[in-house]
Design a binder for this molecule. Structure first.
Ligand code: XIL
Length: 382
């Protein structure tokens, strides 16, 4: 048998050069195999986190409901389901309570998944919140066409039918509803920075007021929330949202809370956040953090580098929010990186290759991560 050839020996200069590159890469957090030391650090962090009480308990001790968005199909994974039950005191349907999901064809309502989530929540001492009723997206084609052809009066009838058939079905069983979702989009060049929503086109700007007044009648027990995204990072959008909320409050519209979706991005500043929280407080509206996750598009970095950047971004967010307000509820948009919309190119244009991201408190193995630790530290320090 031929002598096994000795591996190519590197010249001293080449060896030093290669080592320098590897060291620089590791320092920069590039995707390199974990060194033994890093593996030991990872084990130590895991042991530290595993010994801590669940987020649902830490948050409840501070009067906050902590939870996440979920769908029944995810709960078929026993390890995920166990982690969800352990960590969450509230859930929100990630997709099944959207118009396109429960009313794919006109006149037919399908609530099997929503009902299953409500049973799961009840079986595990969890609350459930509703997301969402009046939204420009996830409309079934039949509804989009009907609304586009509807007179203002007919559109209002469609809104009433939607609210009574959906929110009416769950009357008294949901803690809150995102009554109107994402009505602000200054890029659409509508008056007051409103989004060119099919509801706006059909009913005019009063559709927002009408939706909140309607929901006060349909389910008075569910807190009425206005929910939006990017206002944490975008001053123009934050200003337009606050101005809209002030107009609604001046007209005694029965809006009770603001949902900051908090889809945060590593590297984007949070300049609008402090004033936004002050304005929400001044308007005596409750605050809900409704869809927290942290996107890091530096996909070439290793997990440890991602996790640190994600945790640092969340810490900056909560440092600002908690210095001014205490949210009634904090929900992440998914609990584990195993199920995140941010890895779906259909929904996340920033990630066309569907690369792995680490935006949530648990990793794909449902193990607690630095973001989990940040949530634990920030909430328990309230
Ligand atoms: C996404 C869900 O996460 C996906 O499961 C679904 O397939 C598409 O919608 N908040 C929302 C939606 O309500 O805009 C998106 O959710 C992103 C976050």
């Amino acid at each position: 048998m031929d002598q096994i050839k000795a591996p190519l020996t590197l010249s001293r200069r080449a060896f030093l050069g290669t080592s320098a590159v590897v060291a620089a890469g590791a320092a920069a957090g590039l995707v390199l195999p974990l060194s033994l030391r890093a593996q030991e650090q990872d084990k130590a962090l895991q042991a530290e986190l595993d010994a801590l009480p669940p987020l649902r308990q830490v948050a409840a001790d501070k009067g906050i409901d902590f939870g996440a968005a979920v769908e029944p199909i995810y709960l078929q994974d026993n390890d995920f389901s166990d982690a969800f039950i352990k960590e969450c005191a509230i859930l929100v349907p990630e997709w099944s309570l959207k118009w396109a999901a429960y009313a794919p064809t006109e006149g037919r309502l399908v609530f099997d998944d929503v009902d299953q989530l409500l049973r799961f929540a009840g079986a595990h001492g969890m609350k459930m919140r509703g997301h969402t009723l009046i939204w420009y997206a996830a409309m079934p084609d039949w509804a989009k066409a009907a609304l586009a052809a509807a007179s203002p009066a007919r559109a209002e009838q469609m809104m009433e039918s939607l609210c009574y058939s959906v929110a009416g079905r769950y009357r008294g069983r949901l803690t809150s509803w995102d009554v109107v979702n994402e009505a602000i989009e200054p890029k659409d060049n509508q008056d007051n920075g409103l989004r060119a929503s099919p509801w706006l086109q059909a009913m005019g700007p009063d559709y927002i007021e009408k939706a909140f007044r309607l929901m006060a009648a349909v389910d008075p027990s569910a807190q009425r929330v206005y929910n939006d995204y990017a206002v944490e990072h975008n001053q123009e959008k934050a200003d337009a949202m606050v101005a809209m909320l002030r107009r609604l409050k001046e007209r005694d519209v029965p809006i009770q809370a603001v949902g900051l979706q908090a889809h945060l991005s590593v590297g984007k500043d949070l300049a609008p956040l402090a004033k936004l929280c002050k304005d929400i407080k001044d308007m005596e509206l409750d605050l809900l953090i409704t869809e927290l996750d942290v996107e890091d598009t530096s996909y070439w970095l290793n997990d440890a580098a991602h996790d640190q950047r994600v945790a640092d971004t969340a810490r900056a967010f909560f440092d600002t929010v908690f210095s001014l307000l205490k949210p009634k509820q904090i929900l992440t948009w998914g609990l584990s990186d195993r199920h995140t919309w941010l890895a779906d190119p259909k929904w996340n244009s920033h990630n066309p290759l569907g690369l792995s991201t680490r935006p949530l408190p648990l990793d794909k193995g449902c193990r607690r991560k630095l973001l989990w630790k940040t949530l634990y530290q920030q909430i328990s320090a309230l």
